[in-house]
Design a protein around this ligand. Structure first.
Ligand SMILES: NC(=O)c1ccc[n+]([C@@H]2O[C@H](COP(=O)([O-])OP(=O)(O)OC[C@H]3O[C@@H](n4cnc5c(N)ncnc54)[C@H](O)[C@@H]3O)[C@@H](O)[C@H]2O)c1
Length: 143
């Protein structure tokens, strides 16, 4: 069964992060530049939360706050769902569905070791199923 570490080995372990004291505007600019939907929030070398497009929409825009006057700390999610390198990919999908999150920080001994998005997980599951179907086809036709 594939795990988070297998997927990180395929996609890379880059982590895009931002300080909690940055403005929401600056965070959105980084997300646009990197073309991603969430940033990990780090303070003094510690992982302290996740800032997502959903946080922006629901806790900034809909609350009448301005992105240049609001800090990431004010609206980030401070108790994000996390996984470890050993978490199975199907368990990642279940966690995302259950908690309605699209990004899972991967913590290795408490340190941020990568990020998996819902797109990463779905792509991985589809590729895994394609491999299984290919194997079964070859088995059935005897090649
Ligand atoms: N996931 C979402 O929140 C969301 C919302 C609306 C549309 N979409 C669209 O769906 C498609 C797939 O999106 P997705 O689910 O892969 O999410 P995504 O666009 O946030 O992620 C794209 C890639 O960047 C990586 N990534 C994301 N945030 C990161 C971070 N902080 N540090 C390091 N790597 C990071 C992901 O692992 C993934 O490989 C994209 O075209 C996206 O525009 C996604």
């Amino acid at each position: 069964m594939l795990t988070a570490i297998d997927l990180l080995n395929r996609k890379g372990r880059d982590v895009h992060s931002i300080s909690p004291d940055a403005t929401v505007f600056d965070a959105l600019a980084v997300m646009a530049e990197k073309n991603i939907g969430a940033l990990m929030v780090g303070e003094e070398g510690r992982f302290v939360g996740v800032f997502s497009e959903r946080d922006y929409a629901r806790k900034c825009v809909l609350c009448g706050k301005f992105s240049r006057e609001t800090t990431v700390r004010e609206i980030m999610s401070t108790s994000p769902v996390t996984i470890t390198p050993e978490t199975e990919i199907r368990a990642c999908m279940s966690l995302m569905t259950q908690h309605q999150v699209r990004h899972l920080p991967v913590l290795d001994s408490g340190k941020l070791a990568g990020v998996l998005s819902i797109g990463d997980v779905v792509k991985c599951i589809i590729e895994d199923q394609d491999d299984s179907i290919g194997f079964l086809n070859r088995y059935i036709v005897g090649r």
